[in-house]
Design a protein around this ligand. Structure first.
Ligand SMILES: Cc1cc2nc3c(=O)[nH]c(=O)nc-3n(C[C@H](O)[C@H](O)[C@H](O)COP(=O)(O)O)c2cc1C
Length: 434
C-alpha cells in the first residue's frame, strides 16, 4: 500500500490530512476523538492573548447554502477565535501532544500587531510541545474589526513584519495562514516568504452573506433581527482555493514555498487535486463539521488506492504534478479542436442541452420532432455548456477531432492528436505523444 506519511516543513504526520483551526479542534475532547478517527494532525482553534474578552454570539453562528438534495455546499460563520481561557487550551494541548506524539499539533495564533504581544504568545505556546505555529491572518469578521485576522492578511507589509517577529522569537516552524479576501494572493505569500516564514496555508474563509430573510429583512444567520457578514467555506469555495494555491505554486517569487491547502476538501479526490496543484498537505474543516471525524477514513483509503494505481510511492510524488499544466490564457493551444458528442442511448430527451445551446450559445444542437438531439459540427465551438447542463453524467462528451480532418466551422485542419498528451505541448520533454 502507498506510503501516506507526510513530512511538511519538518512536521511529521502519518497522513497528509490535518484538521484546520476551527470548532473541530477547539478542545481536548474533540482532538482526541479526531486522532482516534485517524487524522494526521490538527491546527488547534486559534488562541488569542489574555486581553479584551472574546465573546461569541449566543444566536445562530452559521448560515448555509445547500444543493437540491440538501447536501451542504457552503457554510458561513460569524464565530470568533477561541473563547476558552488561554491557560486551559495550553494545558489541553500539552496533554494531547504527549499522548499522541506521532500526530502533528499546530498552535494557531492571533494577537494584535505589536512585537511584545507576539513574543508573549509564542513563549506561552512553546511549552506545549506543539510542532509548529500558524499565524491566523485570515479570519474576516469580528477580530478583523480589531485590527487582527484578515486586517493583517490584506496588508503584505504587516504579514511580513509579524512573520519576521515570529521567526525571531520561536524556533518552531512558522506557517502563515492567508486570507482570500484580497485582490492578489501572491503578494502576502511573497511577503511571508521574504520574511523567512516556513510555509503558507490557504484559504481562510471568504467574506459572505449567505441569504436574507424576506420577512424580517435580516441577513442570515440572524441574531435578534440583525446579521453581519461572515466567512464562507465548504465545497463551494474549493475552486477559489485551488486557483489561489496554484497562483502561489507557479509564482517564481514564491518558488519552493511549502503550501498547506485548505478550502472545501471533502473527499480524497479534493485533497489529491490540492496536492497536485502544489499543496504539501491539506487541512479540513467543513467536511468534518458536516460528516464527523470518520470522514478522514475515506480520504486515507481513497488517496492510498489512487497512489497505488498511479504507482506513486509517496505523497511527494503527487505534490505539484499539475502545476506545469496551469498556464496563462495566451498559452492555450488554439489548434485544439473538439466537438460535442451526444450518446443517444444515454439521452433522456430532457432537452436542456438544446435549450441552453439554442437560447444562449451557438445554436449547435438540433431537435427533431421526436426529440432526438444532434450536434451540428459546423456550429459547435466545444464550449462545454451542454456537457455542464446535461443531467446525465457522461451522456454528452467533448471529443477531439481526428488529425487531418477539417473543422467544418472554421475550415482549419486538425494538426495533431493531442488526446494522448499528458502535459501541455508548451512543456517540451514532458509529452507522452512524442
Ligand atoms: C465555524 C468556523 C470557525 C473557524 N475558526 C477559525 C479559527 O479560529 N482560526 C482559523 O484560522 N480559521 C478558522 N476557520 C477557517 C477554517 O480553518 C478554514 O480555513 C476554512 O473553513 C476553509 O476550510 P473548509 O472549506 O474545509 O471549511 C473557521 C471556520 C469555521 C467554519
Amino acid at each position: 500500500m502507498a506510503d501516506l506519511t507526510s513530512n511538511f516543513i519538518g512536521i511529521k504526520s502519518p497522513n497528509p490530512f490535518w484538521l484546520a483551526s476551527a470548532p473541530p479542534t477547539d478542545k481536548e475532547y474533540n482532538v482526541r476523538r479526531a486522532f482516534e478517527a485517524g487524522w494526521g494532525g490538527v491546527v488547534w482553534k486559534t488562541l488569542g492573548e489574555a486581553g479584551p474578552p472574546v465573546v461569541n454570539v449566543n444566536g445562530p453562528r452559521y448560515g448555509a447554502i445547500w444543493g437540491a438534495d440538501r447536501r451542504l455546499l457552503g457554510l458561513n460563520n460569524i464565530e470568533l477565535i477561541t473563547d476558552r481561557p488561554l491557560e486551559v487550551n495550553l494545558e489541553e494541548m500539552t496533554r494531547v501532544k504527549k499522548d499522541y506524539p506521532d500526530r502533528a499539533l499546530i498552535a494557531s495564533l492571533m494577537v494584535p500587531v505589536n512585537e511584545e504581544s507576539w513574543k508573549r504568545i509564542l513563549e506561552a505556546v512553546a511549552g506545549t510541545g506543539c510542532d509548529g505555529v500558524e499565524l491566523n491572518f485570515g479570519c474576516p469578521h469580528g477580530m478583523s474589526e480589531r485590527g487582527m485576522g484578515s486586517a493583517v492578511g490584506q496588508v503584505p507589509e504587516y504579514v511580513g513584519q509579524v512573520a519576521e517577529w515570529c521567526k525571531t522569537y520561536t524556533d518552531l516552524p512558522v506557517i502563515v495562514k492567508l486570507t482570500p479576501n484580497i485582490t492578489d494572493i501572491r503578494k502576502p505569500a511573497q511577503a511571508a516568504k521574504q520574511s523567512g516564514a516556513d510555509a503558507v496555508s490557504l484559504i481562510n474563509t471568504i467574506n459572505s452573506i449567505t441569504s436574507v430573510n424576506l420577512d424580517s429583512f435580516s441577513p442570515e444567520p440572524s441574531v435578534d433581527g440583525l446579521g453581519a457578514h461572515g466567512g464562507y467555506c465548504g465545497p463551494a469555495v474549493k475552486p477559489i482555493a485551488l486557483n489561489m494555491v496554484a497562483e502561489i505554486a507557479r509564482d517564481p517569487a514564491t518558488a519552493g514555498l511549502p503550501i498547506s491547502g485548505i478550502g472545501g476538501v471533502t473527499t480524497w479526490r479534493d485533497a489529491a487535486e490540492f496536492m497536485a496543484l502544489g499543496a504539501g498537505n491539506v487541512q479540513v474543516c467543513t467536511a468534518a463539521m458536516t460528516y464527523g471525524f470518520k470522514v478522514v477514513q475515506e480520504m486515507i483509503s481513497g488517496l492510498s488506492q489512487y497512489m497505488d494505481e498511479k504507482g506513486f510511492a509517496s505523497v511527494d510524488e503527487l505534490v505539484g504534478r499539475a502545476v506545469p499544466q496551469v498556464v496563462n490564457w495566451q498559452d492555450l493551444n488554439l489548434n485544439y479542436i473538439a466537438k460535442a458528442r451526444i450518446d443517444q442511448d444515454a439521452c433522456i430527451k430532457c432537452g436542456r442541452c438544446y435549450a441552453a445551446c439554442e437560447d444562449t450559445s451557438h445554436q449547435a444542437i438540433s431537435m427533431s420532432p421526436d426529440r432526438v438531439f444532434e450536434v451540428k459540427d459546423d456550429e459547435c465551438v466545444a464550449c462545454n455548456l451542454c456537457v455542464n447542463v446535461c443531467p446525465v453524467e457522461g451522456c454528452i462528451t467533448m471529443e477531439q477531432m481526428a488529425p487531418g480532418t477539417v473543422d467544418p466551422r472554421t475550415g482549419k485542419v486538425v494538426e495533431k492528436d493531442y488526446a494522448n498528451w499528458t502535459t501541455h505541448p508548451n512543456n517540451p520533454g514532458s509529452c507522452a505523444a512524442e
